[in-house]
Design a protein around this ligand. Structure first.
Ligand SMILES: Cc1cc2nc3c(=O)[nH]c(=O)nc-3n(C[C@H](O)[C@H](O)[C@H](O)COP(=O)(O)OP(=O)(O)OC[C@H]3O[C@@H](n4cnc5c(N)ncnc54)[C@H](O)[C@@H]3O)c2cc1C
Length: 325
């Protein structure tokens, strides 16, 4: 029986939530189409991830163990996944839309003559064809794309599906893999963490995002205090990253990161369509803005109309005292 293969992205001992979302959805898709579900994890020590993957009901977990994967380079990843695809012959390969997914998926699709549909918000398998919806033009329009290739690859925007546990008893298959690092055109010399990235923005459950309304260092401090009280990741609008108040790596939106947390605070953000394109998938959106007509309130679950410089200290204090019990 053919299968759906899900690539599991994992770093520092933690599986990316977006990969578990894709795996959960593919479990349903596989069952509906009489296919098996497989997961692939490639790491210096993949065994540290198999228990977590097993909580999401895969039939098989392909593991590839190689020290080179510790460096997070795309070339060995492409080679390792290519080997799994050649040996196991899946019907569909699904990725979470992470930073490297487009390059890895593009290279694999070219090599295996597969149809590739990147950055989808939803997809389905109908007989011979894979059909997907992709947000385009700053998410104003959904384009429907389909591929009837014998092998199709998709990458899925984070937050498109829920990660739903269903414990399984997957068979773990170790795939033999030899990689000659001498052939690498890129090498990783050093990893420098960004100071604002205490919590990984793309994977965060709670995001506190700052807009131009925060104005200056005092506003930055208020946003940092709220994020600290909530254990949240900090994000920002382009107006703020361009002003230098927060680094460009924290920008959310069409030309920044796409986030899909359980809880999103939009602080002094007007709600321009280019910003909304990066956060509209958030489950609960709380907007704080002094302008009652700001477009962000159209997307907000809860809206607070008022001066953020007055609201944030009170909110942070309340959260701290609730957490302190
Ligand atoms: C091609 C293109 C790509 C783009 N990509 C992105 C992107 O990826 N991400 C992105 O964010 N933007 C992007 N933009 C820019 C986008 O169009 C907006 O200009 C930007 O999002 C505005 O940021 P903002 O909401 O922080 O600022 P503003 O629109 O200036 O809004 C500031 C808000 O703060 C409120 N405010 C001010 N003072 C206070 C106060 N004391 N208390 C409470 N509220 C207050 C105001 O009422 C206002 O609503 C892009 C634009 C283009 C053309």
């Amino acid at each position: 029986m053919s299968h759906i293969l899900v690539y599991i992205a994992a770093t520092d001992g933690k599986v990316k939530r977006s990969s578990l979302e894709v795996l959960s959805y593919c479990r349903r898709l596989a069952a509906d189409n009489n296919l098996k579900l497989s997961a692939a994890v490639l790491d210096a020590d993949p065994s540290r991830y198999t228990d977590t993957i097993n909580q999401y009901g895969a039939d098989t977990i392909f593991t590839v163990k190689e020290p080179v994967f510790a460096n997070h380079l795309n070339t060995p990843l492409i080679e390792g996944l290519s080997k799994i695809i050649s040996e196991s012959n899946p019907r569909l390969v699904a990725f979470a839309s992470t930073e490297s997914a487009k390059e890895v998926m593009g290279a694999l699709a070219a090599r295996h003559q597969a149809g590739a549909i990147p950055d989808v918000a939803s997809f389905s398998l109908n007989g011979d064809s894979v059909e997907a919806e992709r947000p385009v033009m700053a998410a104003k329009v959904l384009s429907v794309t389909s591929s009837s290739s014998p092998l199709v690859m998709v990458s899925v925007r984070s937050g498109s599906y829920d990660a739903v546990e269903q414990a399984g008893s997957a068979e773990v298959q170790e795939v033999a893999f030899d990689f000659d690092e001498g052939g690498l055109k890129n090498i990783l010399k050093e990893v420098i963490s960004s100071s604002g990235d205490k919590v990984d923005l793309s994977e965060a459950e709670v995001v506190v995002a700052a807009g131009r309304g925060i104005k200056d260092a005092e506003g930055v401090k208020l946003v940092e205090d709220l994020a600290d009280a909530l254990g949240a990741a900090i994000g920002a609008s382009r107006a703020v990253t361009e002003s230098g108040l927060f680094p460009a790596t924290l920008q959310i939106g069409q030309t920044g990161k796409v986030v899909s947390p359980q809880l999103y605070f939009a602080i002094g953000i007007s709600g321009a369509i280019q910003h909304v394109a990066g956060m509209a998938n958030s489950k609960v959106i709380v907007a704080i803005n002094k302008d009652a007509d700001a477009p962000i309130f159209q997307y907000a679950t809860y809206g607070l109309v008022g001066d953020l410089f007055k609201i944030l200290p009170l909110l942070t204090e309340q959260i701290r005292s609730v957490k302190a019990g």
